[in-house]
Design a protein. Sequence first.
Lengths: 144, 144, 144, 144, 144, 144, 144, 144, 144, 144, 144, 144
Amino acid sequence: MKIKVIHGPNLQLLGRREKDIYGELSLDEINSEISKVARSLGLDANIDQYNSEGDIVDAIGNAASKGIKGIIINPAAYTHTSIAILDAIRGCGIPVIEVHLSNIASREEYRKHSVTAEAVVGQISGFGKSSYLLALQALKEILV
Amino acid sequence: MKIKVIHGPNLQLLGRREKDIYGELSLDEINSEISKVARSLGLDANIDQYNSEGDIVDAIGNAASKGIKGIIINPAAYTHTSIAILDAIRGCGIPVIEVHLSNIASREEYRKHSVTAEAVVGQISGFGKSSYLLALQALKEILV
Amino acid sequence: MKIKVIHGPNLQLLGRREKDIYGELSLDEINSEISKVARSLGLDANIDQYNSEGDIVDAIGNAASKGIKGIIINPAAYTHTSIAILDAIRGCGIPVIEVHLSNIASREEYRKHSVTAEAVVGQISGFGKSSYLLALQALKEILV
Amino acid sequence: MKIKVIHGPNLQLLGRREKDIYGELSLDEINSEISKVARSLGLDANIDQYNSEGDIVDAIGNAASKGIKGIIINPAAYTHTSIAILDAIRGCGIPVIEVHLSNIASREEYRKHSVTAEAVVGQISGFGKSSYLLALQALKEILV
Amino acid sequence: MKIKVIHGPNLQLLGRREKDIYGELSLDEINSEISKVARSLGLDANIDQYNSEGDIVDAIGNAASKGIKGIIINPAAYTHTSIAILDAIRGCGIPVIEVHLSNIASREEYRKHSVTAEAVVGQISGFGKSSYLLALQALKEILV
Amino acid sequence: MKIKVIHGPNLQLLGRREKDIYGELSLDEINSEISKVARSLGLDANIDQYNSEGDIVDAIGNAASKGIKGIIINPAAYTHTSIAILDAIRGCGIPVIEVHLSNIASREEYRKHSVTAEAVVGQISGFGKSSYLLALQALKEILV
Amino acid sequence: MKIKVIHGPNLQLLGRREKDIYGELSLDEINSEISKVARSLGLDANIDQYNSEGDIVDAIGNAASKGIKGIIINPAAYTHTSIAILDAIRGCGIPVIEVHLSNIASREEYRKHSVTAEAVVGQISGFGKSSYLLALQALKEILV
Amino acid sequence: MKIKVIHGPNLQLLGRREKDIYGELSLDEINSEISKVARSLGLDANIDQYNSEGDIVDAIGNAASKGIKGIIINPAAYTHTSIAILDAIRGCGIPVIEVHLSNIASREEYRKHSVTAEAVVGQISGFGKSSYLLALQALKEILV
Amino acid sequence: MKIKVIHGPNLQLLGRREKDIYGELSLDEINSEISKVARSLGLDANIDQYNSEGDIVDAIGNAASKGIKGIIINPAAYTHTSIAILDAIRGCGIPVIEVHLSNIASREEYRKHSVTAEAVVGQISGFGKSSYLLALQALKEILV
Amino acid sequence: MKIKVIHGPNLQLLGRREKDIYGELSLDEINSEISKVARSLGLDANIDQYNSEGDIVDAIGNAASKGIKGIIINPAAYTHTSIAILDAIRGCGIPVIEVHLSNIASREEYRKHSVTAEAVVGQISGFGKSSYLLALQALKEILV
Amino acid sequence: MKIKVIHGPNLQLLGRREKDIYGELSLDEINSEISKVARSLGLDANIDQYNSEGDIVDAIGNAASKGIKGIIINPAAYTHTSIAILDAIRGCGIPVIEVHLSNIASREEYRKHSVTAEAVVGQISGFGKSSYLLALQALKEILV
Amino acid sequence: MKIKVIHGPNLQLLGRREKDIYGELSLDEINSEISKVARSLGLDANIDQYNSEGDIVDAIGNAASKGIKGIIINPAAYTHTSIAILDAIRGCGIPVIEVHLSNIASREEYRKHSVTAEAVVGQISGFGKSSYLLALQALKEILV
């Protein structure tokens, strides 16, 4: 069963940027854990990182027509402003789970509210890379 | 006389997504009606759909230099947040009309305010595909 | 087919007041264009101007019982404050279209939000007298 | 003992408009129940419906000089915006009770706050026609 | 038919505290009037006063399972802040009426909005002890 | 030289209502002082009191065509909410002065802001009937 | 009878600064008119201009002990922010009238609200130098 | 390893109340799943439901001294208002995970913000009973 | 002379929790200092700590009937939200002083405003345990 | 040990102004009590009253270089607006205690928030002249 | 030493668009001045203009790995909304200076606040093309 | 060519106060750098530091009459609140540049908005003493 994992803007900098907040792991290291756990759950994870809001809208909108059955997304900075991604999630026809590496509720005021979460099935935040891994299990359960 | 019609993010999903709000017609079906009505008014409509805010800014900014005389835009989700599109409309040197398929005034709080409308000639919203067709007439009248 | 066109407060001053915003035409001149275009569409337009919010509420509430099939309204100043007109539109049982001569989105902060638009089919604003004429076409299409 | 019952804007549409919110009874049916219960309490109820804010201000301001001893008012849409009615209640010199057919606390955000209630003796809302009938009893008790 | 009457925090102080706002009667005196009127309406009123939000949540949640058919509640200070009581009212499965001794609309800004009223059938406020007695009648009518 | 003095809603109650705020004089007593002082300044004061916002909009809009050269208005409760009166003042083509009996800056929060004052020449408030008399002098000076 | 006229910050620039808003007259020219009119009313006007908030607080607080019977103040920029001047007016024990050259209600958002006006007898604004002259008359009437 | 699971107010009503939002399962059924999964992870789950904010503060504050190593809490209605529970989480000295049955980001405005989440390790919401089960895994990983 | 000292939620954790903010002393150590200083002032201090808002409301409301002459309260987290405690203070009939260990004005935005302080005699905050000791002196002076 | 006591604007009016709020004592009477108590604590109190914000900024900034070891300040009206005094307190290098004669939490909305308190050690308010005397003790304790 | 200069959306229109605000120079003319001045400072300026937010995020994030030592950015419309660019600046590891051609503090309300400036070293605005040239000097000084 | 450099409140504390924010240099050291650079640009810099808002208003208002051709001002704390300084800048008739040592956009919420910047030519902030030196160059260029 194909699923898609979408990393939002600046996540390519993981492991280099603000390590006290986002941790020491690079995006490649996280991705290989995601792939491994996905496989163990019988999921085929297609993983991408995008800095452009429009590319994320494309990816979500096109997912169903490519045979993808569910999406895990960390919209990063776009979490707090993007109605376009919200609309894409609403219109894509497949379940979407939102994840965050850090606990956004304990950060700056403008990071506490998620615009995109209004349309997702559920949210998991604050567990570092495990936010993605728990989301894989949650998605598996929804898809079965 | 060349004009441009710009469809904003997620409108490629029309006819598949939230049909109770946006209707049953696909974007292709709407586009062929737009082309037909445009021709009957002596207008040559160049139609594009973009998911990226930057691509819309490009398209508006480049229009005049391509001989385009007026623009009809449905900025969709970017309507409510994009100062970049607002600036492009202000700076493009040709008249722009904003349209919406649904009556945004009767939807979620965050969809009631249009950031981009501050710079347009006028707005038409709530008439489904006819919003575009009425805009063609309005644009014709302005350009003549 | 009978329809009603309602002009809100101060519109009797058209052509005399703030011409840079509202244009040079008097209300009579606009009304005769409305009548003519309505007739060409097979519509019988009953046109009135009211300065009183209560009179507008009366006119909307009574319309259906007088055989009127649709309403075009420019609520002018009441656009931004009148829950009573909003309720009348909600309760009148026939389609209502809201029009504005100017593009209210580019004016003072308190003119950007329309209270009444929450209950209408659609809105057309910014095209001067053509806002009314385009609304006649839109109404025709809805009623047919 | 003479009292006055004032129905605010659009209440003439009762029984026709938004029945899921306001119920099936027409204003005439409610009025005849009010009259009957008033008589049983020894009250002579003068009942009027007004769409104009100014007419309501007139009616409240004139009441005392016509020998009216108390007022029951459903200000409807004007509840949420009318400082003029608030001032009339403050200045009229007789007790006023505010009633609503529906529970305004469970409706749209802009219907939750009552401007006019600041000056009344008390409020009764949410019991359909019984809101008026309970108010008759409450008014009787205050006047005795 | 069993009903429950719930008095919220500090109401045990009635007759001692701020008499200009809440009146001269003690809670016991009000309760004996409530019991008497309830009996005359064929209702068996179980009356309690609680200072703890949690106890009120308990009482509302347990009511139905104890054969109680309806609730009259004066949430006092919790009116303005308690989502927990709001949720209890939503989930309890029987009709709830909210009452207040004083007209909360004419008091401090923070007392004008009722959080709990969003889930009740209706509200009666401003009539002193009669707020409860009118509520008994209203509840009787709903339950019959 | 003809001028118009407009008293807004509830001012017919002067001398009866809230005397601690508005004073002991009746509207008739104030009006005869206004007439007398106007005559002494060579002004012919046409004085009216209206409870309806629409009637005030009519009166302002019609003034110039009746040969009136200036307006003194106490918009009372409509001061704080009426965009329609604001627009009438903007469009009427003659100078308008706003007056208040009491010092609105020291009253309730919602009475501190004047919507209508945005379009007047100047404001005089807090001097009881003298607010009108000072305005007559100010208007005289403007008109000469 | 001694009175004091206080000009607030930057008013020494009158006649040089933003003439379209504040007019062509210099402060000296205005002051000599004030003195002349004051004398004609039997008032002895002591006039000062201060750029420092503290100096204005001093001047108001000391006035009564210097035999001054009333104050006319144009707090200029401090109008909108100074609680210290508000407190001085409240505590000074003599009547204070607030004046403004321009109609502050038609200017920038942050100039529409007067903090200091909460404690004055009344306000006169928008009549240029005549704002002061009318205030002299109003003060005369209060002091007599 | 001992952990504590805390269910907040009204959760005893699960399976009876608003099933479209909270699902068909009773609290007992959810609890036995939690116990089972906990055991499979080598965790000994002590589970309680409290309607009182103070009881939840007690339970969190006492946990460490009872040998409990981590807490999973669904603060329900208190999520949105309780600084006391926030402080308890901050001061308890052991990791706390916040869970919600429904996706609170897609519900009423006042349910979108979590006060308590500011102090937790992470949040999991929207997955029904699985929110708790995923939290068990997350907690296990943190504790190991 | 009997007085009561009330410690609010989570204060039982003192000396263990967030020592950089609240200091190293345990609640027992603070309490024995309070008792000692109270005795030296001729006061008999009854000291309690409560995590439940309702228990604090009980304690304040019952104080006078138990012969208590004054209260010192640190409402902790309830400071910022509890209208119920505010009402209890208003209604209890004896003087109440509010204290805080830390200077709440220099902490999180939501800790800067005290709801409960509206009804107290005075506040002392920021001096650690000395906040209580200074309050004992202040209370002594008020009671004598 | 030298300390400084700073009285803010308008406090020279004490005993004359608004006695119901600030009491009957003159500033001189309060100052002689402060001096006496200071001496009894081994403190040498230098006391000044300033109406100018700038003078207060000077006094705080210069204190340390004059051998002053601590400051007690009642910033009066500047409490609520002065970032300059806040910065002076932050930068002066010695402990500062803020006092108020009245309980500012129970006064006008704009007096509830203290801008300056963000930088002080602690606050004492509501005890009249005793606010200063308690502050002397608190300061003594901090300095020892 | 390599640096990067980033021009945000719509700046390709310079010299054509709103010349009263942005000046007469084209982007090419500005760029050749930037290059020249950079060279004179020993800096090698790589200059790009982007309409897409994602492209700007890419450019900032990739800069360090391309040997770029500092960035000068005019985020134009994205200044006011882009958390993604803010995050890129925070995470890029090299100093960033924000510039604006116009003085954004004197423009529309929504242009006064810079979201992106929270993470930059400093800001220079209002000097037209010189904003860039001064920034080159400032950057030189930081890098040396 | 004479120019004036104005340092606002508390800047006399530089080098002693909050060095992590404002740096190690004393005001004298900064001033001698300013003088030196000014001379090298052919400017004669008159430099003053003021703690009083009124003194700053004086200095700006008097500048032109003293032959000063331009002003560089760091309004420090007054930046965020002073309409009086804003008005002085508007009215002084010569160009003014605003500077800040720190990047105010990355500091407390109340330091992010500059009231005074609305009237300046441009702003430079975040570069420590270099903010002044860059401003000298910018001013030179404007004056030439």
